[in-house]
Design a protein. Sequence first.
Lengths: 74, 413
Amino acid sequence: MFERIREIIAEQTGKDVEEITMETNVKTDLEADSLDLFQIINDIEDEFDVKIENVEGIETVGDVVKIVEEGKKD
Amino acid sequence: MRRRCVITGMGAVTPCGNDVDEFWNNIKNGVSGIDYITKFDTEGFKVKIGGEVKNFNPEQYISKKDVKRNDLYSIYAIAAAKQAYDMSGLKDEEIDHDRFGVIVGSGIGGLMTINEQIVKLVEKGPSKVSPLFIPMSISNMAAGNISIMFKAQGISENVVSACATGTSSIGEAYLKIVDGYQDIMIAGGSEASITPIGVAGFANLTALSTNPDPKKASRPFDKNRDGFVMGDGAGMLVLEELEHAIKRGAKIYAEIVGYGSSSDAYHITAPCPDGSGGAKAMRYAIEEAGIKPEDIDYINAHGTSTPANDGAETASIKLALGEHAKKVAISSSKSMTGHLLGAAGAIEAIVCVKAIEDDFAPPTINYETPDEECDLDYVPNVGRSMRIRYALSDNLGFGGHNAVLCFKKWEGR
């Protein structure tokens, strides 16, 4: 799952996949603004067939992975 | 004394080449850039051909992230503007940014983005529509992006007159310079409307050729013409006030000496068959240049390859030029590029400048069967070396818009 999420984030932010780890901060390290985040969440929702509600709480890539994992359990 | 406006830079992204040299070389040699559409699956479409831009690398001009945030029409515009700016030799630190403007139009704007996002809305619901949908699709964003890129803080506008957009934009920018509002302008047009919704719409309007042969379908002024072929791309010029250009030692490629604009005020899509509206625009441009019809050596025609346009345009040329219509060299580069709609006038302005510079009239290819309604010299199939001092570029748009520019060889002050 991390691999796929990393690809989606890299694609949207124009960064290399290798730059992105679980600890990477989406806003500060990847310079993603609210528009990027919207697109990333959108693509992830489609990819994993989940609904992500709490976007405000997202800081790192690890947070995104956690939210998707929780969403999958429901 | 009225200020003068010269061309000091040009940029092109076209079906026939992604820079001015490659583009002009192909146009000169009658090389078609039309082929089968690859941007989407044309299964079920009446029309399967178009003039797509090929081997274009957007990251040569903007970051990977910005590629995702812009529609292709805007990216083509940025690329052509960057080429034109580099060619002009302008230096950022020497520019008065308040006197530096942009007038760049697009016939439609970000049509692929509109197409994709409406599909998203219908299939997945309103919450899935991209927040970038609006900024990516609006047709002024090419102008906006170019102003941002070069910090051009003067006039920034999007002039739209359908297929006359490129010519109207350059004409309006020329006026801003001669009337004293700006010293430098980036002007042109951009289009990327080869999309499912674009092709379906134009095809059902019966505006497009249904000839399946990509190399033969666009045949302006030929008796067997049956419609135009859509094309993508952008053309940009750097226009500069003459003294401003001379002072910084810029290379001058040609001068714009006249601009004529009129409306048929007749029909939403058909040109007035007698060609009177188009003739007025040509006459205004010639008058503004202070010359006589006999001084015109070359006309880059709108020449879309539709039955209606090419007949009415021929009538316009006869009305405007009188007896001289039979002597002037006329060609349609759309026989090779297809019809770039809002970008057409911009890339064709570049053809005029290069024709003047090289003293060479490019051909109208696929001219096989003469039409009694179109009985002028269309430089059939093979280009011609000839002295070209004055050239006209003619463009006409849905809605009855007629726009004509008059270019003059730069022969020094």
